[in-house]
Design a binder for this molecule. Structure first.
Ligand code: GLP
Length: 233
């Protein structure tokens, strides 16, 4: 694992963009994208650049179940707002959290991932070590699935909603095996609330109790942290 420490999220976004650009220049055709507050400065760097993504396909990690894509908290809305309305991509896929047939949606998404192997994956991390919405205890062999959000995830994501009762309790998420299949992974974390999860990811034992710890077994991972998130490593 390569660790890069940066002074703030702006520099983190720039650094992640440099790595992203290098992958695109060496032929990456499918990019795995993440939501949450962490990748925002990365998306800013992408849209402020002249990088051409018109030949690139994106697949997102996850989506809440039950939110309309017009709801500002849905990941479909987020992606459009942060990236897609500014940069033209060849095609973009997210799980459809509005489906009334979850099993069919899961198999549709796994088919998409099989057709579009991920060359470059951007990841955030939950303070409990989750990646995508794969909570502690998720099998390392998991593929796209319906997940129940951990109470700690609902609490930390409540900041984006008017009340905690509006936070969906379920999501559709790529599984750990899908994430591990990416050729190159760049995980970004900022702030003290991520420090323990980053310590466990980098130095802890590889355990399903810390989903991100599996990244120790991936051959091409870079972790970008600010001082606070990296203070224990
Ligand atoms: C959400 C997302 C994750 C994200 C995490 C951290 O639960 N499903 O993909 O990495 O939260 O979010 P933030 O970057 O806002 O701290």
């Amino acid at each position: 694992m390569e660790i890069i420490k940066v002074v703030n999220p702006q520099m983190g976004g720039k650094k992640a963009f440099e790595l992203f650009k290098a992958s695109i220049e060496s032929g990456a055709e499918t990019i795995g994208l993440a939501t949450g507050s962490t990748p925002i400065t990365f998306y800013e760097a992408v849209i402020n650049s002249d990088i051409d993504l018109s030949h690139v396909t994106s697949v997102n990690l996850d989506e809440y179940v039950g939110l309309s894509h017009e709801n500002k908290q849905s990941y479909a809305y987020f992606m459009n707002d942060q990236l897609f309305k500014y940069k033209k991509l060849k095609a973009s896929y997210l799980p459809n959290g509005e489906t009334d047939d979850i099993d069919k949606e899961i198999s549709r998404y796994n088919d998409i991932l099989a057709r579009h192997p991920i060359d470059f994956q951007i990841l955030g991390i939950g303070s409990n070590g989750h990646i995508g919405f794969n909570e502690p205890g998720t099998s390392f062999d998991s593929t796209t699935q319906l997940v129940q959000l951990a109470p700690s995830t609902i609490e930390s994501n409540a900041r984006f909603f008017d009340t905690i009762y509006e936070v969906p309790t379920e999501a559709i998420s790529m599984g750990i095996a899908n994430i591990m299949a990416a050729k190159r992974i760049v995980l970004i974390a900022y702030g003290e609330t991520k420090a323990e999860a980053i310590y466990n990811t980098v130095h802890g034992s590889v355990t399903e109790q810390v989903p991100a710890s599996i990244l120790q077994r991936h051959p091409n991972v870079t972790i970008i942290v600010d001082e606070a998130a990296g203070k224990l490593i």
